[in-house]
Design a protein around this ligand. Structure first.
Ligand code: CP
Length: 316
């Protein structure tokens, strides 16, 4: 693996989950492998979990990690080719990525979508420009289209919790929000769950259908109550409209999930940050159904498995 920007194969995903679980057992299993290597964590957007867990993961492998909030501390970046840079953008991605590629052995990038230009967002233009101009392995810390480190931690959390031979019923449920949010987390969750052969149902209001490239093979159920009634895992997340890109079509009915709607032994998941009692009720977040702290903890080992795999393939 050179770059880590999306689900690749079932085999590689399963290998990463096994590796992440091993690192959870023993975080310092490979504490020398990253010695002398430096990773740049480049943020164009805010973060709590991704920023801290990836630094811990790098440190556990003996790497030096440097965080650069390029959106606040760097020069305003230009991503277009051939433009006359006579407005507010002071540095082109060609120079910025090339220079950062010279400073670091691995680059990790967070670049959210515009939620305005669908074509540009879905092409993950920012991440691909970093790959092209840095000439170094690139890890996605969440792009416009996907959040693969989150999905790896989510799948690891399901694997760790579900100890039965039969397949669990997994539901991805839309939740209310006050803002237009990206599609990266639900896209990626669906891509990984389906790629790993899980039984996935997606429940969302009319107008909130995700891009079909991520949901092919999932059952779609517009009645949330019906979808979650027999679910083993319910992944709760808001997203804006994909088809009416970045908009918030009017929603009928109540979508804030309640404990009584779920099976006794069902588990609730969310990637965080979460708006309490808007996206997820206190009773679920604070109750024994919640896997949310486990998911956040597993972000360290998911990142560690990915960095270990990239380092292991360097020079090959
Ligand atoms: N879940 C997640 O990626 O959290 P942050 O945005 O805080 O990194």
């Amino acid at each position: 693996m050179k770059n880590y920007i999306k689900f690749d194969t079932k085999y590689s995903a399963e290998k990463l989950i096994i590796s992440a679980l091993q690192f959870k057992e023993n975080p310092f299993l490979k504490k020398e492998i990253g010695k002398g290597l430096r990773i740049g964590l480049i943020f164009l957007n805010p973060s709590l979990r991704t920023r801290v867990s990836t630094q811990i993961a790098a440190n556990n492998l003996g790497m030096e990690a440097i965080v650069f909030n390029i959106d606040k501390e760097g020069w305003a970046l230009e991503f277009e080719e051939g433009v006359i840079m006579n407005e507010n953008k002071a540095e082109h991605i060609k120079e910025a990525a090339s220079v950062l590629g010279g400073y670091f052995d691995i680059l990790a990038i967070r670049a959210f979508p515009t939620l305005i230009d669908k074509e540009q967002d879905m092409a993950d233009k920012v991440i691909h420009q970093f790959i092209k101009y840095s000439q170094k392995p690139v890890v996605s810390l969440e792009s416009s289209s996907r959040h693969p480190l989150q999905s790896l931690a989510d799948m690891m959390s399901i694997e760790e919790t579900w100890q039965k031979v039969s397949k669990p019923k997994i539901v991805l449920s839309w939740a209310p929000h006050v803002k237009a949010l990206p599609h990266a987390v639900p896209n990626s969750f669906a891509e990984w769950a389906l790629g790993l052969g899980h039984n996935l149902t997606i429940t969302q209001p009319d107008g909130y259908e995700l891009d079909a490239q991520f949901t092919k093979g999932a059952a779609i159920e517009y009645d949330q109550e019906k979808a979650v009634a027999d679910a083993d895992f319910v992944y709760v997340k808001n997203w804006s409209s994909y088809h009416d890109y970045g908009k918030l079509p009017k929603v009928k009915g109540k979508w804030l999930l309640k404990d009584h709607q779920l099976k006794e032994n069902a588990k609730i998941m969310h990637c965080l940050p979460v708006r309490r009692n808007l996206e997820l009720a206190d009773e679920l977040l604070d109750g024994n159904k919640s896997l949310v702290p486990l998911q956040a903890q597993n972000r360290i080992y998911a990142a560690q498995a990915v960095l270990f795999e990239i380092i292991s393939n360097m020079g090959s």
